[in-house]
Unconditional design. Structure first.
Length: 255
């Protein structure tokens, strides 16, 4: 089990510490992903923004940690970690499953009376009240592999090794089970602005569906479309980070 002796514990990774930053950006990865999905992002953010990448259990340097059984367990533990770094304003960025997790963390922070996010950026995911569910997690490994290839989530060469394939598919299946069995509770809309990012060829999300996030907040909602598929943010990293800089430019900072 990883023991990280800093606020956020094993859940948060600082690739580029900025102790004087007035704003934190907490990035929540997609299902099957980990903190490494955000390597190289911090250098492209303004010097007054510190990036913290969420590390889910069961992968990368937390391979020995048990994976959460459901969304409630994941959100409770992650909100504990966020609370430890909420001494200054923070924004949330979540991609795919991570967008739903980020939304639920924002709701849980409000329920606990904690500081909430100043902005939520939801990438490549429908709003929680439009959650589609699914049963990919019930299929066999070949079905799961086909889903990863459909979304362009994983290099086929990575899954060519049988041992590595079994390891990766185990935590991918756990993530799919978590998000596909997630059922959002009726909750009041958030108070922070929401920006939705998506690729123009995403097989799972249309611009009209992305606009449904307007019902998840009382504040302003914007939709920004990039060229690409479900993982548009990999080849379009610089464009995505430029858009994030624009979003964060208006966010309040700690004095």
């Amino acid at each position: 089990m990883v023991d990280v002796d800093e606020p956020g514990g094993p859940w948060l990774r600082r690739f580029l510490p900025r102790p004087d930053a007035g704003l934190r950006l907490i990035c929540v990865p997609h299902g099957g992903g980990g903190a490494a999905a955000f390597l190289g992002w911090a250098e492209l953010l303004p010097p007054d923004v510190e990036l913290l990448a969420v590390q889910y259990p069961g992968r990368e340097d937390r391979i020995a940690d048990p994976m959460p059984r459901d969304m409630d367990e994941l959100v409770a533990a992650l909100t504990d970690a966020v609370a430890a770094v909420a001494d200054r304003p923070y924004a949330l960025f979540g991609h795919s499953m991570g967008a739903t997790v980020a939304y639920e963390v924002a709701q849980e922070a409000r329920r606990r009376g904690l500081r909430g996010p100043v902005h939520l950026v939801a990438s490549a995911r429908e709003a929680p009240h439009d959650e589609k569910g699914g049963d990919v997690h019930r299929g066999d490994d070949d079905d799961l592999y086909a889903e990863l290839m459909r979304l362009g989530a994983t290099d086929p060469a990575v899954l060519a090794d049988p041992g590595l394939r079994a390891l990766i598919l185990a935590y991918v299946r756990a993530d799919y089970r978590l998000i596909e069995t997630y059922r959002p509770r009726p909750l009041p809309p958030l108070d922070c602005p929401v920006t939705v990012f998506l690729g123009d060829r995403d097989p799972d999300l249309t611009p009209a569906e992305a606009a449904g996030w307007r019902h998840a907040t009382r504040a302003r909602t914007r939709v920004e479309i990039f060229p690409g598929d479900h993982f548009y943010l990999v080849p379009r990293r610089h464009a995505v980070l430029a858009a994030l800089r624009r979003v964060l430019a208006a966010a309040p900072r700690a004095r």
